[in-house]
Design a binder for this molecule. Structure first.
Ligand code: ADP
Ligand code: ZN
Ligand code: ZN
Length: 728
């Protein structure tokens, strides 16, 4: 008989314990089982299986202090998670203070989670006839049969659907000359939407960087290359290097919108099998892609954040493109950072990690400068393409803007018209969603706020609503002010809907929109990008999505219509993010032989982020920013830990936060711990944030484990930990 150590799926922390069951058969680690738990049927996950003598069962029961029961059913035949990913789950669970079972849930695709069995994810097959030519000579073949065999003149496999049932067909099957075969069918069609030349040779600067990469032995490389320097060419060579060594490669891009481009570039160069993983695949497609990787059919995996958990074996290189992106950090459930996970996985496989960016995060650059990571630099744009000329337009001078638009300055209108005339492309970047950034009364100044979060409501014209982008609160746009009854209500600052409206009015030409709110699906994004690529419209208006990575030739104008909204964000990373976005957006222009122009409309042209971005001076920005971080005890000098306290009672969250703060202070007086935030409304409950700063996570590990332990059995309160949150 076998004694099984089982993790039970349940969302409350109290069940993050092991339970023991027995089974007559051995059940391998990593297999899901159905168990009876307090008269409830639950799914469990076997983490250990040990042989015990049937006679010893009473003794074992006594030792464990429980009445051992049998499992109800074994669900999988083979383990659904391999040794490496299981080890990884253990490491991540500790590192991010999250239950092991929840960590496993995050690592596995939905259809394989130890939760419930999904009925959609079954394998689909395609059927083919296969020719066995060595059998032909053994039989006499008649003319009808010959006709059928002619279909095999070029290929060995012919789809079953190409044949209709006939006597001759059956006769060939009976003789064993052709056989019916099935092949697993993958539901996702992976096709390139952009054309790229198959072959290229590296420029001198690129070749030097690649040699440095190949001939050194670091775990992590930072590839710092200005926009348009050909970082992707280096990635491709690094992937090729791994493939040639018999290893596999994993490539992460920061958002779904950038997968079509990376897929096109990889497909044009490699003939090996590729798998794709991102959140807009259907459950069936994801299951197929996952299996393709797990069964060693795919050599290269391309995906967004969670693809870092792809069950790829023998990983030679993990590439993280635009490594500075916030999207690599998960902020719900298991709050992992894909870059950290990459390093753990690469260590296991003795592979390498390449972090690539034109604007590396301050943390990453500081590690590269101190020699922990190997710094590789590309200073030139490929083909010596020039960086665009940059013009700033002062938003505070109303003479810069026509009376009919506060979005498009005279200068911007002129330059866009010029591009339309010359059949060249323009990208317009706007950071703000909706129509107006905040909604207020022009008579008494009353500002409409979210009753739950106290955040300014955003005005959306498409359905005449005011919405809170924080909690999802939404109301019809009021027609009078609740304070003074005035009808004169207005909005402050504009969002993408307003940009579109003015564009239509002024230019009267077709345009395309990429808006995170309205085009979330990868298929929609591909369609829009491919239309822009074919010049079906010469203007692309968009939020963040348009700023990154895209590579269209003859985009000769980019416009940041309101850089102010980038500067008004209150997190420690605000200037870094503003610098990144401006630099990246400018980098979209003038990538081929034509020189580009970037127009930045702002009220603060002397702000550091804007100034350094305009001068394309990352290193000076870095020096300036790292000084500030040091002064304010922010990363990379300190780790920030967010302790979230969530409950349906606002006061309770605050009281608990104060208790936790006191407890931490008593345990270690050297830690920096901030006052708890006011409780705020969050997903139908209240939340209070507590921030803690330490030099090393190891200083606080025990304390945090104790805190989690203390609150995990309390039903009315949830305490969660987020290491290095992005919204601090
Ligand atoms: P980055 O990612 O650094 O912004 P890309 O990799 O997109 O830059 O390269 C910019 C452009 O230059 C692309 O169109 C790319 O195909 C081209 N390019 C870069 N390096 C080479 C090369 N060695 N041979 C041919 N084209 C190249
Ligand atoms: Zn009013
Ligand atoms: Zn709200």
């Amino acid at each position: 008989m076998f004694l099984l150590k089982v993790l039970v799926e349940h969302n409350v922390f109290a069940l993050n314990n092991y339970f023991y069951y027995c089974s007559l058969k051995e059940v391998q680690k990593g297999i899901r089982v159905l168990i009876n738990f307090n008269n409830k049927e639950l799914y469990g996950f076997v983490v250990e299986s040990k042989f015990i003598d049937s006679d010893d069962i009473n003794k074992v029961s006594d030792d464990l202090g429980l009445n051992l029961k049998f499992i109800d059913k074994q669900i999988d035949e083979t383990p659904i998670i391999n040794e490496e990913l299981f080890k990884l789950a253990n490491i991540l669970s500790k590192r991010y203070f999250y239950p092991l079972i929840g960590t496993l849930q995050t690592i596995l695709p939905k259809s394989l989670r130890p939760k419930k069995l999904s009925n959609i994810s079954h394998i689909q097959y395609e059927y083919f006839y296969k020719l066995h030519d060595d059998q032909i000579d053994k039989f006499k073949i008649n003319n009808f049969e010959k006709k059928i065999l002619n279909k095999f003149s070029q290929i060995d496999f012919v789809p079953k659907s190409n044949f209709s049932q006939s006597k001759s067909l059956n006769s060939l099957i009976d003789k064993g000359i052709i056989t019916l075969e099935k092949k697993e069918k993958y539901r996702l069609d992976i096709e390139p939407i952009f054309d790229y030349k198959k072959q290229f040779s590296l420029s001198e600067e690129q070749a030097k960087v690649f040699e440095e990469y190949k001939n050194s032995n670091y775990l992590v490389y930072l590839l710092h290359g200005v926009t348009g320097s050909g970082k992707t060419e280096i990635y491709i060579k690094a992937v090729e290097n791994a493939i040639n060594n018999g290893q596999n490669a994993l490539i992460l891009v920061p958002e779904i919108a950038l997968t079509p481009l990376m897929i096109s570039r990889i497909l044009s160069y490699f003939s090996v099998d590729i798998a794709i993983l991102h959140s807009s695949l259907t459950e069936g497609q994801r299951y197929d892609e996952y299996r393709k990787i797990k069964d060693n059919h795919a050599r290269i995996v391309i995906g967004t954040r969670s693809a870092i958990f792809a069950p790829l074996s023998n990983i030679g290189v993990i590439i993280i493109d635009e490594e500075h992106s916030d999207t690599y950090k998960e902020n719900e459930s298991l709050c992992y950072d894909a870059r950290d996970v990459a390093m753990i996985r690469a260590t296991y496989h003795k592979g390498k990690v390449i972090l690539g960016s034109a604007t590396p995060s301050i943390e990453t650059m500081s590690k590269a400068k101190s020699g922990v990571y190997k710094l590789l630099t590309l200073n030139e744009r490929y083909n010596h393409a020039e960086l665009p000329e940059i013009i700033t337009v002062d938003r505070t001078k109303f003479t810069n803007f026509p009376s009919f638009s506060q979005v498009f300055s005279y200068q911007l209108i002129k330059e866009i018209k010029l591009r339309l005339l010359k059949n060249e492309r323009t990208i317009i970047f706007i950071n703000t969603k909706g129509y107006g950034r905040s909604f207020y009364c022009r008579e008494c100044g009353h500002t409409f706020k979210c009753p739950h979060c106290d955040m300014n409501l955003i005005y959306y014209k498409e359905d005449e609503t005011l919405r809170c982008n924080h909690c999802g609160y939404k109301i019809k746009k009021p027609s009078t002010c609740p304070e003074c009854g005035s009808k004169y209500l207005s909005y402050l600052d504009f969002g993408i809907e307003k940009v579109e409206e003015d564009f239509k009015k002024i230019f009267k030409v077709p345009y395309l929109v990429l808006d995170g709110d309205r085009t979330p699906k990868s298929s929609q994004i591909s369609t829009i990008l491919s239309k822009f690529n074919k010049k079906e419209a010469l203007v692309l208006i968009g939020t963040q999505i348009v700023s990154k990575g895209h590579d269209f030739d003859d985009v000769t104008l980019v416009a940041i219509v309101n850089a102010d909204s980038l500067l008004s964000i209150a997190t420690y990373k605000a200037s870094e993010n503003a610098f990144d976005l401006i630099t990246q957006t400018i980098g979209r222009a003038g990538r081929a032989d034509k020189k580009g122009l970037a127009i930045i409309q702002t009220s603060f042209k002397d702000d550091n982020s804007i100034k350094f971005a305009i001068n394309n001076d990352y290193m000076s920005f870095y020096k300036n920013e790292i000084e500030r971080r040091k002064l304010l005890n922010n990363p990379p000098f300190y780790k920030v830990i967010n302790i979230e306290i969530i409950a349906s009672d606002a006061d309770l969250t605050y009281e608990v936060a104060k208790d936790i703060k006191n407890y931490i202070q008593v345990s270690n007086e050297n830690l920096i711990i901030l006052n708890p935030s006011e409780p705020f409304w969050y997903r139908k409950q209240y939340k209070t944030n507590l921030y803690l700063k330490c030099k090393k996570i190891s200083e606080v590990e025990t304390i945090l484990d104790e805190i989690i332990d203390t609150y995990k059995s309390k039903n009315n309160i949830l305490v969660k930990i987020n290491v290095n949150p992005i919204d601090y």
